[in-house]
Design a protein around this ligand. Structure first.
Ligand code: ASP
Length: 334
C-alpha cells in the first residue's frame, strides 16, 4: 500500500454537478444553471492545487443534485469503491450539489468499506459568480483528503472553511455560504491548507459497518411523511398502496404521531411496512417508548438522524434484516 510519507498523495476528484459546477443564466437575473462546468475546468480553477497532491478528474454524473436518486448514489458509490480499492489512489474528493449532498455523503459514510479519506464538497455560488466559493472549497477538500488525519474518520464534508462528518451535516440555509451545518458543530476547521480537527466521529461508519454499497443494485423503497397540524392519512395510505417497505414519519417534537394518524401507521405495520419515528425538529434524539408505544406497535425510532438520512439508514438496514430489534439497534449504532 502507498504511504503519504514517501510520495505526494494521489487524489481522484469525482464530479457530479451542482452549483459548484453551475454558471449564471443570461435569461433570468440572479438565476443560474447547476451542472454546466466539467471536472477538468473545476480543477483548473483552483490555483496551485498540484502543490497539494497529484489530482485526477472524472465526471461521474452531471446533474443538479435535486435530481439525485438511489441509482445515481449507487453509481457514485461503486466508482468510489473501485478507486479506493486501487493502490494508486490515496483519497477521493467528490463535488456535489448542496441540496442532497448530506444524503449521498451519508449513504457512502455507511456503506463504503475503506478507511481512506473520502471528502464531499459543494458551493453555494456558481462557478462564474462574484466571490465564487467553489474553488476555495475544492482546494480545502483536496487539502483535507491529502492529510493523514482524515484517514479513518468516515466520509467528511468540507465547505466554508469547516470540516463536518457526513453523519451529522445538513443543509440549514437556502442561500448563505455557511449553508451546511451540524447539530453538534463541525469536527474541525481549515487554517490555510491545514485541517485542524477537534473531534472525531464515535458512531460506526464505512469499514466498521456490515454494509457494502458496491454489492447493491438498488435500495428498498422508503417514503418520508412530514407531520403537520390537520394532517390527513392520505400520504401514509398512498405510500402503503405504492408498495413502500418502510415509512419514516417526521413527527412533531420527540417524534409524536397525531392520534388520528396512529391508526394508519399501525395498519401499515400490520401490512409489513416498517414505521420509523423521526422528528421535524432540527436537532435532538427521538426516544423509544416516550412519545408512542413503540414496543407494542413494533415501531422504530431514529435516534438523532434527520428524516432524509433515516430513509437511507432504514433502506440499507433492510438489506440485512427485517427484525425490528436488529433494525432498532442499527439506528443506535450508526
Ligand atoms: N440545486 C443545487 C444542487 O444541489 C444547489 C447547490 O448545489 O448548492 O445541485
Amino acid at each position: 500500500m502507498s504511504t503519504q510519507a514517501t510520495r505526494r498523495p494521489t487524489i481522484a476528484v469525482l464530479a457530479t454537478g451542482g452549483t459548484i459546477a453551475g454558471t449564471r443564466s443570461p435569461d433570468i437575473a440572479g438565476s443560474y444553471r447547476a451542472a454546466t462546468v466539467g471536472v477538468q475546468d473545476l480543477i483548473a480553477a483552483v490555483p496551485g492545487l498540484d502543490e497539494l497532491a497529484d489530482v485526477t478528474g472524472e465526471q461521474v454524473l452531471q446533474i443538479d443534485s435535486v435530481n439525485m436518486d438511489d441509482a445515481g448514489m449507487l453509481t457514485l458509490a461503486r466508482r468510489t469503491s473501485q478507486l479506493l480499492d486501487s493502490d494508486d489512489v490515496d483519497a477521493v474528493v467528490i463535488t456535489h450539489g448542496t441540496d442532497t449532498l448530506e444524503e449521498t455523503a451519508y449513504l457512502l459514510h455507511l456503506g463504503l468499506t475503506s478507511n481512506k479519506p473520502v471528502v464531499f464538497v459543494g458551493s453555494m455560488r456558481p462557478a462564474d459568480a462574484l466571490s465564487a466559493d467553489g474553488p476555495r472549497n475544492l482546494r480545502h477538500a483536496v487539502a483535507v483528503a491529502a492529510n493523514p488525519q482524515a484517514r479513518g474518520k468516515g466520509v467528511l464534508v468540507v465547505m466554508n472553511d469547516e470540516i463536518h462528518t457526513a453523519r451529522d451535516v445538513t443543509k440549514s440555509h437556502t442561500l448563505n455560504v455557511a449553508a451546511l451545518r451540524s447539530p453538534h458543530g463541525p469536527l474541525g476547521y481549515m487554517v490555510g491548507d491545514a485541517p485542524v480537527f477537534y473531534r472525531a466521529p464515535v458512531r460506526r461508519h464505512t469499514w466498521q459497518t456490515p454494509f457494502d454499497l458496491s454489492a447493491l443494485d438498488g435500495l428498498p423503497q422508503v417514503g418520508v411523511v412530514y407531520a403537520h397540524a390537520s394532517m390527513t392519512t392520505a400520504t401514509v395510505e398512498a405510500l402503503v398502496d405504492s408498495g413502500t417497505a418502510a415509512i419514516v414519519h417526521a413527527g412533531m417534537g420527540n417524534g409524536y404521531v397525531s392520534e388520528h394518524i396512529s391508526g394508519s401507521l399501525m395498519a401499515a405495520r400490520a401490512a409489513g411496512v416498517h414505521i420509523v419515528r423521526a422528528s421535524r425538529a432540527a436537532s435532538g434524539s427521538v426516544v423509544r417508548n416516550i412519545a408512542a408505544l413503540d414496543d407494542a406497535n413494533g415501531w422504530l425510532v431514529v435516534d438523532d438522524q434527520n428524516p432524509q438520512k433515516a430513509r437511507l439508514l432504514i433502506a440499507l438496514a433492510m438489506t440485512k434484516t427485517q427484525d425490528v430489534g436488529e433494525l432498532q439497534q442499527m439506528f443506535w449504532t450508526y
